[in-house]
Design a protein around this ligand. Structure first.
Ligand SMILES: Nc1nc2c(ncn2[C@@H]2O[C@H](COP(=O)(O)OP(=O)(O)OP(=O)(O)O)[C@@H](O)[C@H]2O)c(=O)[nH]1
Ligand SMILES: [Zn+2]
Length: 307
């Protein structure tokens, strides 16, 4: 009997990268087989990459989406490929502005964002979750839950079971790990098993990132290196195109195609704020964020000119 993976070895067998150990990746093949394949450090492969394996050579197939992060020194790193959705996790006390930025960044990366308001068991959670769901629940999926007590987890499970592949982002301490553990109980177990394999993982087991299939459908990517880092900075163009609250705006609604919706004549956004169709609070939040993003862009330009 020739195994299916051997039959297809000439053209290569295709699969998806489900774990990354720095010097090796684990590939899950279409026939459900799993195998480790060595890669060069910084080879550019990430979890979620669709690959073809010929012998020991990995060929990466084109990506649908890319999730990237920036580090403290402004470097940009790829986190995961081919995600569909991005769960933006907040909890009581999350700084205002984080949500809008994260939503814009997700949409710019062609991921569908959804919001998880975690720690709803805390007494101070109620007022803030009501306020945020009032703003966002009409715009995107909004889940209020507690990763610790399990309250409110089922609607999120159902959403993921629709077949989405996603990951969670959020500031430190909002409960991303707790949420992953609650949704995929096998997560700790898996990491433990793999770290016994010293030949492949060596000292680098702590940086492993992995893709987990949920029993009822859907997949979640655990991205340990992502926890403390922000999403890649957004540009003014992305902000204008993706700000939550401006969804109903048709393309080229304003007189100028590159309208920033501030002072420009013929600005449909300002008209709609005037008529109440666009919420004024949302508009003011947009203007504040626009000013901030412009300042970041100008500072980057100045650094560029000095070089
Ligand atoms: N009360 C309450 N506490 C929670 C909940 N979820 C997480 N926590 C607590 O919040 C703290 C941080 O949780 P983590 O899951 O480590 O948060 P994280 O977002 O992964 O944090 P980083 O790894 O630093 O980014 C822990 O003490 C958790 O026990 C929740 O639903 N309710
Ligand atoms: Zn405008």
């Amino acid at each position: 009997m020739v195994k299916k993976s051997q039959q297809t070895s000439a053209q290569g067998a295709s699969g998806v990268i489900v774990s990354h150990f720095g010097v090796a990746v684990e590939v899950l093949f279409q026939n459900e087989e799993r195998r480790m394949v060595r890669v060069k450090r910084n080879s550019g492969h990430v979890v979620g990459d669709q690959v073809r394996v010929v012998g020991e050579v990995l060929e990466r197939l084109p990506r649908r989406t890319e999730l990237r992060r920036s580090d403290a020194r402004g470097g940009v790193h790829m986190v995961a490929a081919n995600l569909d959705v991005l769960g933006i996790v907040v909890a009581p006390g999350t700084p205002a502005g984080f949500l809008d930025r994260a939503i814009v960044a997700a949409r710019a990366a062609q991921l569908i964002p959804f919001i998880v308001f975690n720690k709803c068991d805390l007494p101070e959670a109620r007022a803030q979750s009501t306020e945020l769901s009032g703003i966002y629940a009409g715009i995107l999926r909004f889940f209020t839950l507690s990763a610790v007590t399990g309250e409110g987890l089922d609607p999120l499970r159902d959403y993921l079971h629709e077949g989405h592949r996603g990951a969670f982002v959020g500031t430190t301490g909002v409960g991303k790990s707790s949420l992953l553990n609650a949704l995929c109980p096998d997560i700790n177990l898996k990491v433990g098993e793999l770290s016994d394999d010293q030949n492949w993982t060596g000292r680098h087991t702590t940086t492993v990132s992995s893709l987990h299939a949920l029993a009822g459908g859907g997949e979640l990517v655990d991205t340990p290196g992502f926890r403390d880092f922000g999403l890649v900075d957004i540009s003014t163009t992305e902000l204008v195109a993706h700000f939550p609250g401006f969804e109903a705006l048709e393309q080229n609604a304003c007189r100028f195609h590159n309208c920033r919706h501030r002072q420009e004549p013929g600005c449909t956004v300002r008209d709609r704020v005037g008529s109440g169709e666009i919420n004024n609070d949302r508009y003011q939040t947009y203007l504040a964020l626009l000013t901030e993003v412009e300042a970041i862009e100008e500072a980057a330009q100045r650094r560029h000119w000095k070089k």
